[in-house]
Write a protein that binds this ligand. Structure first.
Ligand SMILES: NC(=O)c1ccc[n+]([C@@H]2O[C@H](COP(=O)([O-])OP(=O)(O)OC[C@H]3O[C@@H](n4cnc5c(N)ncnc54)[C@H](O)[C@@H]3O)[C@@H](O)[C@H]2O)c1
Length: 444
């Protein structure tokens, strides 16, 4: 059986989303067979892995697929594999079929996460959304509020959180393995490879027949299609679509820092980075966050410093690590009162000084399945670790860093309760953005 369009449902749901109405579905809805009916939005790239991983559960039925590109690597493969699923290019038409599905997986480029997820949440749908949760701080706040208001089951796609490497590290820190923590340094020092051009290329290329370029742009300002410059994958270089290197990796690498120390919102953030142009992200930055202290930290506040760009890492020796020790290409150093922990991204943790920790019993934790944990939680079974009440503040923190990169050398003071950067009009203006006419954020 294929899932059919229903004209009446189309009109009713359009009106409900437009008015921001919640349709009142059970927060733990599932179909008569007890399966979670999944709609996947963005089925190429990471969406392919997400869809395969979520649908690995026999309790999930893939009922709808949506991608703006119908070629084989994007919608094509999924349409073959899930032949009974309804297919869409425009997520708004999929959402108009609200009776079709219970939950969505959103794996589009970053600029479309919030518009799609908020519209789905307005319909009472559970959401798995790729990291970072959103393109702006304002969107992240709206997403965590909507998930809480509608009591939906949510999960951000920072799947390494569920891996035993990250879970073990968080437990070691929480149990005082290195004592209370004084400072943390986190980095991603590889060359990202997606900054192909420092400025917007001139002219336009013919749009491939398989691609709906206007739908790909979505909320972003119009610009001509250029082959290989944006779609797929290389959209990461561009401010209109992505949140830079920090946005790409921060929600992974800072996640165990948040989990182990119980961090929520920073008090301030300050960046050192080369001046940004109007179009692309910087290839290198250092961002210093200060957070309120927690029971796991020393003192009233704690500093967390982020580094990105080729070869950009902290100096291990200054953090008490042996001079001969080579820091991994990406990860974190937690400097504690009793010792230091290096957590690579991602591999097993290491404790220093090594002699001191020779007999230390590192707990043995299992991997959890980040994807099916969410699907099963939607069915009323268990909880998710990266629900939007956790992932929202983590994403806000990451994106505040991306704002600080625009104002190098200035300390931005964050009032999390009011969602405001104190006395800084320019930076406050970056908490949100202009939406293309007809593509305004839905109310959820
Ligand atoms: N969790 C991880 O480890 C991880 C790894 C890679 C990417 N990601 C995240 O996954 C997301 C996608 O990244 P990617 O590298 O796969 O990008 P990509 O460009 O390779 O793939 C995006 C897919 O979404 C489709 N798409 C684009 N706009 C769409 C729209 N409006 N509606 C429906 N489909 C649309 C594209 O056609 C493509 O199939 C990003 O948010 C990225 O940050 C996460």
């Amino acid at each position: 059986m294929r899932y059919r369009l229903d004209r009446r449902g189309f009109l009713q749901v359009s009106a409900a989303v437009g008015a921001g109405a919640f349709l009142g579905r059970s927060a733990r809805a599932f179909d008569v067979n007890g399966k979670l009916r999944l709609a996947a939005i963005g089925t190429g790239g990471k969406g392919r892995g997400d869809l395969a991983s979520i649908s690995a559960s026999p309790r999930v039925e893939v009922v709808a697929l949506c991608d703006v590109d119908e070629s084989k690597p994007h919608l094509g493969w999924a349409a073959e594999r899930f032949a009974r699923a309804e297919r869409f290019h425009d997520y708004r038409k999929l959402l108009d079929q609200a009776n079709l599905f219970d939950a969505v997986c959103v794996a589009t480029p970053d600029h479309m996460h919030a518009p799609i997820a908020l519209a789905a949440m307005a319909l009472g749908k559970h959401v798995y959304c790729e990291k970072p949760l959103s393109h702006t701080v304002h969107e992240a706040r709206r997403m965590s509020e909507a998930a809480a208001r509608h009591k939906l089951v949510t999960q951000m796609g920072n799947q390494i959180q569920s891996h035993h490497f990250y879970r073990t590290a968080a437990q070691v820190v929480r149990e005082g393995g290195i004592g209370k923590v004084r400072e943390v340094h986190s980095w991603q020092s590889t060359n990202m490879g997606w900054l192909l051009s420092p400025d917007r290329p001139k002219g336009a290329d013919p749009v491939p027949k398989t691609l709906e370029w206007d739908l790909w742009l979505g909320v972003a300002p119009e610009r001509p299609y250029k082959r290989d410059v944006y779609h797929p994958f290389n959209w990461r270089a561009w401010q209109d679509f992505s949140t830079g290197q920090l946005g790409d990796f921060g929600c992974h690498i800072l996640d165990p820092v948040f989990k182990s120390l119980g961090l929520t919102a920073p008090i301030s953030v300050e960046a050192a980075a080369p001046a940004l142009n109007q179009e692309t992200w910087a290839l290198r930055s250092k961002v210093e966050y200060r957070f309120p202290g927690t029971p796991q930290t020393v003192g009233e506040t704690i500093g967390v410093t982020w580094y990105d760009g080729p070869g950009n890492k902290p100096e291990g020796e200054k953090l008490g690590l042996p001079s001969t020790y080579q820091l991994p290409t990406a990860g974190s150093v937690f400097v504690g009162e009793k010792g230091a922990m290096v957590l690579p991204h991602y591999a097993a943790l290491q404790l220093f000084p090594e002699e001191q920790y020779r007999d230390f019993k590192i707990p043995k934790l299992e991997d959890l399945d980040h994807y099916t944990t969410w699907a099963h939680a939607c069915l009323g079974d268990g909880e998710t670790g990266s629900n939007f009440s956790y992932a929202g503040p983590l994403t806000e923190t990451v994106l505040l860093g991306a704002i600080a990169i625009r104002f190098p050398g200035e300390q931005l003071v964050w009032d999390a309760k009011r969602a405001e950067i104190v006395h800084h009009e320019g930076a406050n203006g970056r908490l949100t953005k202009a939406y293309r006419r007809g593509w305004e954020l839905p109310t959820a």
